[in-house]
Design a protein around this ligand. Structure first.
Ligand code: CA
Length: 236
């Protein structure tokens, strides 16, 4: 029997949290609800959930601060939930390392589907990945352990950054079109495609210490796509 996935729902509005928790339990998740930022962080350390649903507006703080604190210690997937629909909020949430983002009102079915997609991306065995290591120059990723290293040092990536790097490294030395990256890393009907892709490329570059003005690793082909340097290009 597959162990039940633990979901931590950090949401102060009971009319939202409770029906959602019921729907998640029916889907086989173990659910814990926290109604404040402080309670949420405490439950996060105490319970080590598999995934977190995090409301942006909490009575004692901003969900994005909660996300920042979670990301200091962990790559546990986080889906942000917000009543605000502005693009800036989406982008900021994703820059901080959220794995997905839904705006109220949403249906429980939609949210469960998104959570499953996020969890699938984490647990999915990449094709042909047994013992698989992808590398170009001094950037390497182990597809089994999900360890990513740059110059021998571990690099912490979010789920999406990991997938983005995987697709780029699989095609190291070759151009990968924006559309192909979006459909490989996000669902094909992901709402924020273009801006979201750029945000993730930018955060991946930052984590690899890459200078967008003169990139060593990720080259931009404006309006077309991105190319990760080949092993030859990266020779010292
Ligand atoms: Ca709220």
């Amino acid at each position: 029997m597959v162990s039940r996935k633990k979901v931590l729902v950090i949401e102060d509005e009971r009319p939202i949290a409770e029906p959602l928790a019921d729907a998640l339990r029916r889907e086989g998740f173990d659910v814990h609800i926290a109604a404040t930022a402080a309670e949420g962080l405490e439950a996060f350390s105490a319970q080590a959930p598999d995934i977190v649903l995090l409301d942006v507006m909490l009575p004692d703080g901003d969900g994005r601060d909660v996300l920042r604190q979670i990301r200091q210690a962990s790559r546990t997937p986080v889906v942000m939930v917000s009543a605000r629909g502005e693009e800036m909020d989406r982008v900021l949430g994703l820059e901080l390392g959220a794995d997905d983002y839904v705006t109220k009102p949403f249906s429980a079915a939609e949210l469960v589907a998104r959570m499953r997609a996020v969890l699938r991306r984490i647990t999915a065995e990449p094709a042909g990945a047994s013992g698989g290591v992808l590398a170009s120059g001094d950037v390497a990723m182990n597809l089994d352990t999900r360890l990513v290293t740059h110059d021998g040092k571990a690099v912490e990536l979010t789920v999406k950054e990991f997938e983005l790097l995987r697709v780029l490294l699989e095609s190291a030395g070759r151009l990968v079109k924006r559309d192909d990256l979006v459909s490989e890393v996000w669902d094909p009907n992901w709402f924020g495609s273009t801006k979201t892709l750029d945000v993730h490329v930018s955060s991946l570059r930052k984590k690899l210490g890459d200078d967008p003005a003169s990139p060593r690793y990720i080259h931009t082909v404006r309006g077309v796509g991105f190319r990760f340097s080949s092993a030859d290009e990266l020779q010292p």
